[in-house]
Design a binder for this molecule. Structure first.
Ligand code: ATP
Ligand code: MG
Length: 257
């Protein structure tokens, strides 16, 4: 029994790693919660599907509001057949591992989550995986998005709010990713409605500090809710940027400091 379990999880890990090798796995992680990860994931899916690629998104862990799952579902509602966006939902709006500990819930082992991601990556042309919270937010026993990324491989986009403080937080995230061997890292800075003194300089500063890494800056798209039509329109308007984010985040190798 054990050997069957081991070989199944090895096979699934193989699927995830193979998908990553072929450029099909793109992690969207963040320096924090609420930075725009779901917005970017939805834009990438809308761009992919709008340009004839079967790009899909998942959010393996979700805590509190189910809005992320619903919003991701909407942008890929044309998928035929059952497609689970989320592997593990916890009701309390806390880090999933904390919420599970407080309510006595069992969380899947890291290998199971990798298996789940690998199965989904193998079923489409490109899988966008949204983390929960920030890169080091505890998801399950002994792992956060960082350890999942280490196990699955793939490209990684670090999303941060374009304001004072993002340089340090982004560098820390990038250093952590490099330390587990990730070579393909991009950064997306999301503008906010209110500019601060750092908003115009963060992108070039990070490009220089991260050794020529790809850094993209997306504008503020207004306070109105970003429904499906709006997401599709924006994804068309910035299709070149989204294509770059999707394609080159794997190829962008950062230099170790
Ligand atoms: N550039 C932007 N223009 C307009 N609205 C934005 C922008 N970036 C983020 N938002 C809005 O900010 C809110 C938080 O963004 P989002 O849900 O994508 O963050 P998140 O990182 O996925 O958060 P979580 O950690 O909860 O998953 C959303 O209402 C989103 O639409
Ligand atoms: Mg989200």
């Amino acid at each position: 029994m054990n050997s069957i379990l081991v070989s199944r999880s090895q096979a699934a890990r193989g699927l995830a790693v193979e998908a990553a090798r072929r450029g099909r796995l793109l992690w969207v992680t963040g320096i924090d919660t609420g930075v725009g990860k779901t917005l970017l994931a939805r834009l990438l899916v809308a761009w992919g599907r709008g340009s004839g690629r079967d790009v899909r998104a998942v959010k393996p862990f979700c805590a509190g509001s189910m809005d992320d799952i619903k919003e991701i579902d909407k942008v890929q509602s044309d998928i035929v057949g059952k497609w689970e966006v989320c592997r593990c939902y916890v009701r309390r709006p806390l880090a999933p591992w904390v919420a599970a500990r407080q309510s006595g819930l069992a969380l899947p082992a890291r290998g199971e989550v990798i298996e789940w991601i690998g199965d989904r990556a193998a079923a489409c042309d490109g899988l966008v995986v949204e983390g929960a919270g920030g890169l080091a937010t505890p998801l399950g026993q002994g792992y956060s998005a960082l350890e999942l990324i280490e196990a699955s491989g793939g490209g990684v986009v670090v999303v941060g709010t374009n304001r004072l403080g993002v340089i340090s937080q982004t560098r820390l995230a990038v250093i952590a990713l490099q330390n587990v061997g990730v070579q393909s890292i991009g950064v997306v800075l999301m503008d906010r409605s209110r500019a601060d003194a750092a908003m115009r300089s963060n992108a070039w500063a990070l490009r220089e500090l991260l050794g020529g890494a790809k850094v993209w800056r997306l504008p503020w798209y207004g306070n109105n809710s970003l429904g499906l039509n709006r997401i599709q329109t924006i994804s068309k308007n910035i299709q070149k940027t989204l294509a770059q984010i999707f394609r080159t985040s794997r190829l962008c190798t950062l230099h170790r400091a």
